[in-house]
Design a protein around this ligand. Sequence first.
Ligand code: BG6
Length: 463
Amino acid sequence: MSSKFPKHFLWGGAVAANQVEGAYLTDGKGLSTSDLQPQGILSRLSPRVAGDSGIKDVAIDFYHRYPQDIALFAEMGFKCLRTSIAWTRIFPQGDEETPNEAGLAFYDRMFDEMAKYGIQPLITLSHYETPYGLTQKYGGWSNRKTIDFFERYARTVFERYKHKVKYWLTFNEINMSLHAPFTGVGLPEGSSKSAVYQAIHHQLVASAKVVKACHEIVPGGKIGNMLLGGILYPLSCKPEDVLETQRQNRDWLFFGDVQARGAYPAYMQRFFRENGIQVEITDEDKQILRETVDFISFSYYMSGCVTTDEESNKTAQANILNMVPNPHLASSEWGWQIDPIGLRYLLNELYDRYQKPLFIVENGLGAKDRIEADGSINDDYRINYLNDHLVQVGEAIDDGVDVMGYTSWGPIDLVSASKAEMSKRYGFIYVDRDDAGNGTLERRRKKSFYWYRDVIHSNGNNL
Ligand code: BG6
């Protein structure tokens, strides 16, 4: 039987600099907003003082171990590796005139290592890694100047790596700012809605500016946006629930609408008006927003429900999105509901809406792993999760959706974003490190390593 997956499908995995690299002050790197949240996105901002430490400071030491890790990815047959460039390695405070050569040289070495195995880099320009210097001095993304600093950084890395990196992403989960403003746009908790949407607007303008820059600088370059694909279903068929679900889905689709269609959607006018939100959008901004992305990328871990019933709303899960649980679905150990069919549904919805290629750049199961007496790790739960989701990707491709690739989240165990845990493992490769930072950092192949290798080898035919 021939595979449903296209011949040049980009199979691989995805990580982010702040969750794997460690070396948080090495070779001139400055502090990022991520370094200011050593307990993760869900924690309060804790300004660092000398002597403080956090698990992300070393993370899994990818900064020094990347050749070994990339060799393991190659062993699985990766065609693509998604990671981010840590902005603060290139511009440590964010507002320097010239870049930090040691930081640039690190990514040269990393891309060269990937090239040895024919692995395409997919590079996120900003994965919750805004320089802390910019938030301190300029108020982060609330300030228009941050757009220029970001553009300078993006142009610098496009110029430097234009012959090494073809695929780029602007902001990781750009809609995250609605849930975690410090993480997304460097604004303090409790900021007004107007302040958050103004900062988001600046980020959308910055995104469009670097789309333009990428097209100017990188020969054959393709650049996408990145959405947190938290698709919502109505809990009931009550019309009020259906309408409220549409409204809440628009909260995040709004970002994609601007980035893929090139203008604010009509429904935002009413949303802004009814919520007393003032956003300054200049004519020049409107012009630049027309620079739309080449493809849409997104993360997908779970779906959720929406209801207008106050009692049922009290059961909203304690995850960052506060979704109402779906009674038909099971959950992971972290309470994230598992919904493979939701991925097919989401792919179809996004393709119908945007008619642009789609790239699933995060999907995976965070779970606790156990090492058996013989040293093996039998993570069938992870295999089942990924297999079920990939079957649905195949179905969506059969539905006619143009899917460029799939990079599972955390192909090697890394520090989780929400609570900075090591015990929430996503990898095909185990890393010996616990939540307190103890361990040798030794790497070990899990059962899923061999399973994923076979999936890639058969181009999805063995799912
Ligand atoms: C996404 C992020 O929100 O989900 C990643 O882009 C993150 O950075 C991933 O790691 C999974 O979340 P967590 O909290 O389990 O690490």
